[in-house]
Design a protein around this ligand. Structure first.
Ligand code: GRF
Length: 204
């Protein structure tokens, strides 16, 4: 059994996909704690409905280091093995990343390394994809390193871009594929042997 800590900032549909996959017996994991940097994150509600310990930490009047210290304390108190950034909109400090080296995964709504990095989050990603005239976009699950959105890729899914797409319609179409890809990646990471060779995650 792998103990998960899920960090959120918003609606929490990726969190919900993990909750549902565990309930359906698809993952040998348990969500030990959910932590949000936004008080109004509906994902906190999803956690309490499912009787999962949930914490809101206010970023106000705290440095990034002080904030992450509090998050790390809660993760350690809940014996978390693997941290999932599920719609989490805060950049992790180096200390956090080192503490959970290659034990933090993130879901990004584009085919990295394209359309990733500082400033590429939420609808900004899809706006950039449409502006670039891409015919294909998608989502990526990757290990988190200090290179924002640049960590070793675990799983990706391609999604067609329609000529009629707006950033909103593209985001909505990709979201369910994020859920599927996140569960696929979690299953692989928690059940298979793998090596990380540079940027490549190689399942054995
Ligand atoms: C998703 O598109 C995710 O990729 C992005 O935030 C959006 C909302 O995620 N980071 P969720 O519904 O809060 O899980």
């Amino acid at each position: 059994m792998v103990n998960l800590g899920v960090l959120i900032s918003g609606h929490g549909t990726n969190l919900q996909s993990i909750i549902d996959a565990i309930k359906a017996g698809k993952l040998n994991c348990e969500i030990k704690v959910v932590i949000s940097n936004r008080k109004d994150a509906y994902g906190l509600e999803r956690a309490s409905i499912n009787k999962i310990p949930a914490f809101y930490i206010s970023p106000k009047n705290k440095s990034d280091e002080e904030f992450d210290e509090l998050v790390l304390k809660i993760l350690e108190e809940h014996n978390v093995d693997l941290v999932i950034l599920a719609g989490y909109l805060k950049i992790l400090t180096s200390k956090f990343i080192r503490r959970y080296e290659n034990k933090i995964i993130n879901i990004h709504p584009a085919l990295l390394p394209a359309f990733g990095g500082k400033g590429y989050y939420g609808e900004h990603v899809h706006e950039a994809v449409l502006k670039a005239g891409c015919k294909v976009s998608g989502c990526t699950v990757h290990f988190v390193t200090e290179d924002i959105d640049g960590g070793p890729i675990i799983a990706q899914t391609a999604v067609n871009v329609l000529d009629t797409d707006t950033s909103k319609s593209l985001a909505e179409r990709i979201l369910p594929y994020e859920h599927e890809t996140l569960i696929e990646a979690l299953k692989n990471i928690t059940e298979k042997k793998y090596i990380i060779n540079g940027k490549r995650v190689i399942f054995l």
